[in-house]
Ligand binder design. Structure first.
Ligand SMILES: Cc1cc2nc3c(=O)[nH]c(=O)nc-3n(C[C@H](O)[C@H](O)[C@H](O)COP(=O)(O)OP(=O)(O)OC[C@H]3O[C@@H](n4cnc5c(N)ncnc54)[C@H](O)[C@@H]3O)c2cc1C
Length: 597
């Protein structure tokens, strides 16, 4: 263990003091950024508390291809939703990172900023200071970009020298074939969807995978980027892992209640400790655990708090409401021709060993794959020319809920492997199309089940409960079936025709002209899952609509902020890691520049 990582403590009894200027709760995407930035001022003492373990040495958090091996392990909160009415009563598995780096240590490493209008629309809701022009320069500061080659965006248009590596990892030929096939149904190729101006089109996925230096081929998470050895050596920064914050403590004083400390413990049976915050507490525990902590601390809808016997500190009607997510319809799986996919290569004798050797020596090859190697962003309203059965199934009408004319409402990942039920179903030689809804109207909630801080909360996302969400994805599914029948992708697939509905190849086997809308909807009901982007549960807004003001301060109390995916009023049309990190970075800059901010 190096000097720096030995500074990561694993029990509150090991701490030298029990008072810090800032206490950050949760060392995930946002928490690691905040810890880095705030402790860059040596006059401030900062404590970062994380429930999970140190990320160092966790292979599945390091090797891109293996991210789903973290699911259902001790590094996963392993949440489940309530039975979903619109999905035949199925409960959905919701993985969440419980490890330094949080979800950025377990995610699929896709870098997508969404459309500029996704951020700009927040101003209409009374949220100021978070437009795309505020955040775009921060996104560039965060990244250290390495283009794949001269056909990719030049260095100058992206960020260079920032803490988080962005670049292009493994690209399987079958995924390139997918992007070419997508152009045949009108989805243009876009070499860089991360400019804010034009996020539409098919593209090789930019990833948070390092492509140079000693860490080449490895995941670049918020922990590896922001809690480097140099940062961990700072005497004013303390990182406490394997310790959970149970609630925020408020002091009785004049005016509104003041958040003065946190109660922590390492397990349900262990002793509890109180740690004092001299300035502020910042909750960065993620979109499920942040509202849970607010509720456990007495901030939330009065009626809900009373039901579970939590004394009310501030009656805030919106805490835990507005649970947003980007759901997927579930995979469309195809059988590929031998040799075309990652799982075929790994299934060959000696295949795994050879691939691992390549990855260790060069950082390249299939172990550097983030699975989601290519993707296509489009607007369902642009899909006008593909009715089913020569017009018998006309294009379903949909409402446009996007933030503006360049914002997509659908994304379809093309992956060179099977990815069924979160990667838990073994597939040999599978190719996956993975459709994701980016502008969902179905909103749910997070609520306490009991006042026990160790109990999982109630998570009810109401996935696909809004008919427009189903209509958009029914269109998207038919389009996916068409793409799969276009060259050159179709040449790499073995499309079967006679499989049973219970077979995972069934939907892919259906002819886009003959499959009925009812069958497409049935696929959604039986296969929809989360695409892992919960947000909005402690959203910024006005005192009526939000939990937080535009400075991320919790309404009704003092000394308490929230900075993580919960704070987003709506989800940008992409994958939220970079957005969350950008918000944390800018928030910390503002706090460092102005003490009264
Ligand atoms: C499987 C998966 C794939 C994804 N793929 C992508 C992708 O490819 N690209 C992308 O941009 N986004 C992706 N996401 C989403 C993205 O990673 C998250 O939106 C983002 O990381 C959320 O950041 P956060 O800071 O809000 O929360 P998190 O990163 O979840 O951090 C919260 C941290 O708080 C800790 N914590 C919680 N409760 C407590 C407590 N009581 N006390 C102490 N610590 C606590 C947690 O253990 C965790 O470390 C994915 C997510 C998952 C799960």
């Amino acid at each position: 263990m190096s000097d720096a990582t030995s500074k990561i403590f694993t029990a509150p009894s090991q701490l030298a003091t029990n008072a810090y200027d800032y206490i950050i709760v949760g060392g995930g995407s946002a928490g690691c950024v905040l810890a880095n930035k705030l402790s860059s001022n040596s006059a401030l003492t900062v404590l970062l508390i994380e429930s999970g373990s140190n990320n160092a040495g966790v292979a599945a958090a390091q090797i891109p291809l293996l991210f789903s091996q973290l699911f259902h392990t001790k590094n996963d909160w392993d949440y489940n939703t309530t039975p979903q009415d619109a999905l035949a009563g199925r409960s959905l598995y919701w993985p969440r990172g419980k490890i330094l780096g949080g979800c950025s240590s377990m995610n699929a490493m896709m870098v997508t900023e969404g459309a500029g209008s996704d951020y700009d629309q927040w101003t209409k809701e009374g949220v100021t200071g978070w437009t795309f022009s505020d955040l775009k320069p921060i996104f560039r500061l965060l990244e250290d970009h390495v283009p794949r080659d001269s056909t990719q965006t030049p260095h100058s248009a992206r960020g260079v020298g920032g803490p988080r590596s962005t670049g292009y990892g493994n690209l399987s030929p079958i995924c390139s074939a997918y992007l070419q096939a997508a152009t045949k149904v009108g989805i243009k190729y876009n070499r860089d969807v991360n400019t804010g101006e034009n996020p539409l089109g098919g593209t090789e996925v930019m990833t948070f995978v390092s492509t140079q230096g000693a860490s080449k081929g490895q995941r670049s998470s918020s922990a590896t980027a922001f809690l480097t050895e140099d940062v961990l050596r700072r005497s004013n920064l303390t990182v406490l892992c394997e310790t959970s914050v149970l609630r925020v403590i408020f002091s009785e004083s004049e005016g509104s209640p003041k958040a003065s400390g946190v109660e922590v413990a390492t397990s349900p049976d262990s002793e509890t400790f109180k740690i004092q915050a001299k300035r502020e507490i910042i909750l960065s525990a993620g979109a499920i655990n942040t509202p849970k902590l607010l509720l456990l601390s007495g901030i939330g809808p009065e009626e809900d708090l009373k039901k579970v016997g939590v004394p009310v500190v501030y009656n805030s009607a919106v805490v835990g409401k507005n649970l947003l997510d980007h759901p997927t319809t579930g995979s469309i799986t195809f059988r590929a021709k031998p040799g075309a996919t990652i799982d075929w290569h790994l299934s060959q004798v000696g295949g795994q060993e050879a691939a691992m050797k390549l990855w260790m020596e060069t950082g390249k090859g299939v172990f550097s794959s983030n699975v989601a190697e290519t993707t296509a962003f489009f607007r369902s309203t642009d899909v006008k020319e593909h009715p089913g059965m020569a017009g018998k199934y006309p294009i379903i009408p949909v409402d446009d809920w996007t933030s503006g004319p360049t914002a997509p409402d659908v994304e379809v990942i093309g992956a060179p492997t099977g990815f069924i039920k979160h990667g838990s179903v073994p597939v040999v030689n599978g190719f996956t199309l993975f459709p994701i809804l980016l502008a969902p109207q179905s909103h749910g909630f997070v609520q306490l089940k009991s006042s026990d801080p160790w109990a999982a909360p109630i998570i009810d996302p109401k996935t696909f409960s809004h008919p427009n969400d189903v209509a958009i994805m029914t269109r998207a599914l038919r389009l996916c079936l068409r793409i799969a029948r276009c060259a050159p992708l179709v040449d790499q697939l073995e499309i079967v025709t006679d499989v049973d509905k219970s077979d995972f190849l069934w939907l892919g086997s259906r002819d886009p002209d003959l499959v009925t809308d009812a069958e497409l909807k049935e696929h959604i009901v039986n296969n929809a899952e989360t695409n892992y982007h919960p947000a909005g549960t402690a959203r910024m807004g006005t005192p009526d609509t939000g939990v937080l003001d535009s400075h991320l301060r919790v309404y009704g109390v003092r000394g308490l902020r929230v900075c993580d995916a919960s704070a987003l009023p709506t989800l940008p049309a992409g994958h939220p890691d970079i957005t969350v990190c950008g918000i944390a970075y800018l928030q910390a800059e503002r706090m460092l520049a102005d003490e009264s901010y």
